[in-house]
Design a protein around this ligand. Structure first.
Ligand code: NAP
Length: 494
């Protein structure tokens, strides 16, 4: 066991972990370890590097408010620029020095007597820290589908989240399983290279037109010299995203027509992109807009109309060494299988590691037996001095930065109080946590999740009990404001 006691251990070196480290520094904590199982920083933007990857939230919004990047090449920047941005922020705010890569965290346990977190690493080392931050993200456990025969496939299988840059797709007869946000970006990119592409779609996704624009060097210089100009653009992208999510999803009861209008835009986009009626029918979702993550693309539908691209919707019966057999008996011969099958959100994640709090409470077990819950989406009773980022009711807006930054504000108020009191520990009270959970459940009553037709959406936003506890069903503005005024008495500070 390491004898050194750290101020904090942060699990995850993505934008969440980087933000938490910056916030700790601002509050005067310097002894920090950021541990990550990958070999570099950037989280999802280090791991995901499949062809066609771009951010699908405007980059002006998908970035820290306190660190605008004037150099995005486009409104929807390519993935590689997000990775560069992560490196830039880590260096500018000098938090790279805390990072330890290729380091797998096996679990964390609260030591009541010493009032420290003991964080066990693979290999036997244990880190001791006053504070623990779980910054592992919602989408960090890639899912491989359990399709009969997949292990017998003799060609190459590539998972989108484990892309092999050295593998050439040129001229390949490929198939892709999955038409979520990842599949929608991958299909047009794959279609450029391969000789045949079969797209296996189980559930159609809502695809919206993408109003993208490139930023010329002159615009970038303007943003660099006059940050207010970029701020103005950000305010409009922030405002639009926040309004759309709040009105179309959370205020569905009152603003159902807005949700319907969004669906109509999606329908028009499909109509203009796909002339073949039967193909269009197959691509039409039969669940409400907003039940499942919609995506943006001007190229997905068009790619599906190309002669060498085929959409299969009959369902997969089995995989054989040289191809895929559909439920209707047809077989496609392939040599490459691309999996865009998403992530396991509910089984091996939430939390991504075993976390044991006070009196031996196991976080994952407790959440599963007592509903997923976290006060303000960031702290949990019986888990003193712990912050969890990808938590129940934490995901606000569509940009991950909205969540990270409101949580940084929460830290600011909470740790300020801790320091003013010269105290060692904080723990949210059971009452405050129960009150917050009830508020979230009440708000969800007005949402598309409760009132819309989501039954056939197969959305990973719902768990196996049919609950949708990932999102904080409020505007980003509301979430941010709340962090400056939550009652400090909601915490036991000792
Ligand atoms: P996803 O939304 O979970 O989609 C997975 C796809 O695989 C779905 O179409 C799913 O079909 C299909 N699938 C899974 N198992 C299958 C099986 N056994 N047989 C047939 N089909 C199967 O995952 P994702 O596309 O990776 O996206 C996850 C999230 O990542 C997104 O919601 C978004 O938040 C984020 N993301 C962001 C960006 C970006 O900003 N650039 C890009 C990509 C992803 P069903 O729908 O029928 O289950």
């Amino acid at each position: 066991m390491s004898s050194q006691q750290l101020d904090a251990v942060i699990v995850g070196a993505g934008f969440g972990g980087i933000g938490a480290a910056i916030q700790f520094n601002r509050m005067g904590y310097q002894d920090i370890a950021i541990v990550d199982r990958e070999d570099d920083l950037g989280g999802t933007w280090h791991v995901n590097r499949y062809p066609g990857l771009t951010v699908d939230v405007p980059s002006t919004t998908y970035s820290y408010w306190f660190e605008p990047n004037p150099y995005w090449s486009r409104l929807y920047a390519p993935g590689v620029e997000l990775k560069q941005y992560a490196e830039h922020v880590a260096d500018k705010y000098d938090v790279r020095r805390y990072m330890r890569f290729n380091t797998v965290v096996e679990g964390a346990r609260w030591d009541e007597d010493a009032a420290v977190w003991l964080v066990s690493l693979a290999g036997g080392e244990t880190l001791r820290a006053r504070f623990l931050v779980l910054a592992t993200g919602y989408l960090c456990q890639p899912r491989t589908p359990d399709i009969p025969g997949i292990e017998t496939f003799a060609g190459r299988i590539v998972h989108a989240a484990k892309w092999d840059d050295s593998y050439s797709l040129e001229g390949k007869k490929a198939a892709i399983i999955g038409t979520g946000s990842t599949g929608v970006q991958l299909v047009p990119a794959l279609a450029e290279d391969v000789s045949e592409l079969t797209v296996y779609q189980r559930t159609p996704i809502w695809v919206m037109p993408k109003f993208d624009l490139g930023f010329t060097p002159a615009t970038q210089r303007l943003f660099a010299r006059l940050p207010a100009a970029q701020r103005l653009l950000r305010m409009s992208t922030d405002g639009f995203m926040d309004l759309m999510v709040t009105v179309a999803m959370w205020k569905f009861r009152r603003f159902r027509p807005v949700n319907r209008a969004a669906a109509a835009i999606g329908g028009l986009h499909r109509f203009l992109s796909v002339r073949d009626k039967e193909l269009r029918r197959k691509l039409t979702p039969d669940y409400d807009f907003g039940c499942k993550r919609p995506t943006l693309s001007n190229t997905f539908y068009k790619a599906l109309t190309k002669p060498h691209v085929h959409l299969e919707t009959a369902g997969i019966e089995r995989i054989e060494p040289d191809g895929i057999v559909s439920r209707d008996g047809s077989k496609r011969d392939i040599d490459t299988l691309v999996l865009a099958t998403g992530f396991d959100v509910w089984e091996s994640n939430l939390p991504a590691i075993e976390v044991i709090g006070r009196d031996g409470r196991n976080l994952g077990k407790w959440w599963r037996e007592n509903r997923f819950q976290a006060y303000e989406g960031v702290t949990v009773p019986m888990f003193p001095n712990m912050l969890t980022q990808a938590s129940p009711y934490a995901w606000v807006g569509m940009s991950w930065f909205d969540t990270v930054e409101y949580q940084m504000r929460h830290m600011n108020r909470l740790f300020g109080e801790l320091q003013r009191n010269g105290a060692n520990t904080f723990e949210v009270t059971e009452q405050a946590n129960a009150r917050f959970l009830q508020e979230m459940l009440d708000l969800l009553d007005d949402s598309v999740f409760h009132l819309g037709n989501c039954a056939t959406s197969r959305s990973y936003w719902f768990n196996s009990s049919g609950e949708a506890p990932l999102f904080r069903p409020t505007s980003v503005r509301h979430a941010v404001k709340e962090q400056d005024r939550f009652p400090l008495s909601d915490y036991t500070i000792a």
